[in-house]
Each structure stands twice: as structure tokens, then as C-alpha cells.
Design a binder for this molecule. Structure first.
Ligand code: GTP
Ligand code: MG
Length: 225
């Protein structure tokens, strides 16, 4: 679905008396997914929203977005993933559109392509330029960890980078079906944090009613593949 296709869906429900109840609006969290072309942004968003790995993908033009309704602690929430184009030529006029009213940012690199990791500072810079509030939660995702023999970005290097930019690091694979849950956990962890307005990094001592979702968004020392 290309940008502009998603309305905030409102359902009107009628009581017996025919009076329309106020529409039950679920909160929508807009999460943008940015990073170099070919790192797997489309596959990650597809995996989370459609629950499967797309057999074939084309380079994203402009932006696509996928939505998934979840229930968190009894509240209906809509997670709207904005899957942006990695190729410069396909993103030109869209950038402002990506960042408007965004709730969280997911930076993605390809663990088998060190160049995509070295591009991260420029993505972070672009994000800084367009985001009004700099306390918007941001996470770092290394994708394609299933390609073990081709890994070019060691975890400790990625972890150092994540710490420098106070972002939690997740290493994952949109492709490895056995581990579908942890792509799930990445976006659900983000959604929980957005819902509870809790910072992503535990800077303050954890409070006791901290939401405990498995696995906790603590830095990962090994790939979940
Ligand atoms: N092995 C493996 N391949 C993956 C994974 N995720 C994506 N790919 C492959 O990587 C290629 C690019 O994936 P996309 O999701 O289209 O990449 P993208 O980041 O959306 O690229 P742009 O739309 O150009 O920005 C495709 O051939 C995918 O099949 C993964 O977790 N493991
Ligand atoms: Mg894409």
C-alpha cells in the first residue's frame, strides 16, 4: 500500500437505540524503518505485519506502510510501520513526509554488509534534522543474521555503536522462520514502550512494575537466529 492509502480507520458502532456510540479509536503508533537499500526493511515490516517472509521484493519506491492491530494490556493499538526507500533516487521528496508525527524510529543495517553499517551515522543525522523531539525512541536492528558464514558486522562493534547512540541493539532475521517471534518481540517491545511512555534504555533503576516482555530490550550478546 503506497503512502496516502491508509486512513485512520474509525468504526462506528450502533446501540439498540440507534444512537451511534462515540467511535472507538485505537491509538496509532507511527514507526518509521530506515536504512540502506537491500538491508531488509521491507522483509522485516512484512514479517511483522503479515507474519511471513515475502518471496520476492522490489526496491521500495517512496514509502510503503503496513499496519497491524495488537492488544497491549487490554488496549487496542495500531502499529503502523512506514517502510521507507533506501535508494536515494526513490526517497527524494518523501523525507519530510516520513518524519511527520513519528513515534519511533527503527534503524536497520545488514549484518552481512559492513557498508550498510557504516551508513548508519548519516541516517542518524537525517533523523536528527527532521525530528522535532529528540526523545523519540530509536532502536538499532541488524538483519540477516541467518547468513552466519557471511556476517561482516561483529556484535561488539554494533553494540558499541548502539551504546554511543543510546539505542538498544537487536540482531535478527526476517527470513529465519524459526525465529519469527523475535522480529515480533522487537516491534512489540517498541509498542509496549510507546504505550507506557517508558524510555527504551534503562537509564533509571528499573521500577518494579516495568513491563516484562521476553526478551527484555537489553543489548543482545548473541544473534537470536
Ligand atoms: N537471508 C536473508 N535475506 C534477507 C533477509 N531480509 C531480507 N533479505 C533479502 O534481502 C533483499 C532485500 O530485502 P528488502 O526487504 O527488499 O530490502 P529493503 O531494505 O526494503 O530495500 P529498499 O526497498 O531498496 O530500501 C531481498 O532479496 C530479501 O530476500 C534476511 O533476514 N535474511
Ligand atoms: Mg524495501
Amino acid at each position: 500500500m503506497a503512502a496516502g492509502g491508509a486512513e485512520s480507520s474509525l468504526e462506528l458502532s450502533l446501540t439498540g437505540s440507534g444512537a451511534a456510540l462515540p467511535p472507538a479509536r485505537s491509538r496509532i503508533f507511527k514507526i518509521i524503518v530506515i536504512g540502506d537499500s537491500n538491508v531488509g526493511k521491507t522483509c522485516l515490516t512484512y514479517r511483522f505485519c503479515a507474519g511471513r517472509f515475502p518471496q520476492r521484493t522490489e526496491a521500495t519506491i517512496g514509502v510503503d506502510f503496513r499496519e497491524r492491530a495488537v492488544t497491549i494490556d487490554g488496549e487496542h493499538i495500531k502499529i503502523q510501520l512506514w517502510d521507507t526507500a533506501g535508494q536515494e533516487r526513490f526517497r527524494k521528496s518523501m523525507v519530510q513526509h516520513y518524519y511527520r508525527n513519528v513515534h519511533a524510529v527503527v534503524f536497520v543495517y545488514d549484518m552481512t554488509n559492513i557498508a550498510s553499517f557504516h551508513s548508519l551515522p548519516s541516517w542518524i543525522e537525517e533523523c536528527k534534522q527532521h525530528l522535532l523531539a529528540n526523545d523519540i525512541p530509536r532502536i538499532l536492528v541488524g538483519n540477516k543474521c541467518d547468513l552466519r558464514s557471511a556476517i561482516q558486522v561483529p556484535t561488539d562493534l554494533a553494540q558499541k555503536f548502539a551504546d554511543t547512540h543510546s539505542m538498544p541493539l537487536f540482531e535478527t532475521s526476517a527470513k529465519n522462520p524459526n525465529d519469527n517471534d523475535h522480529v515480533e518481540a522487537i516491534f512489540m517491545t517498541l509498542a509496549h514502550k510507546l504505550k507506557s511512555h517508558k524510555p527504551l534504555m534503562l537509564s533509571q533503576p528499573p521500577d518494579h512494575n516495568e513491563i516484562h516482555i521476553k526478551p527484555e530490550p537489553k543489548p543482545i550478546t548473541s544473534c537470536w537466529c
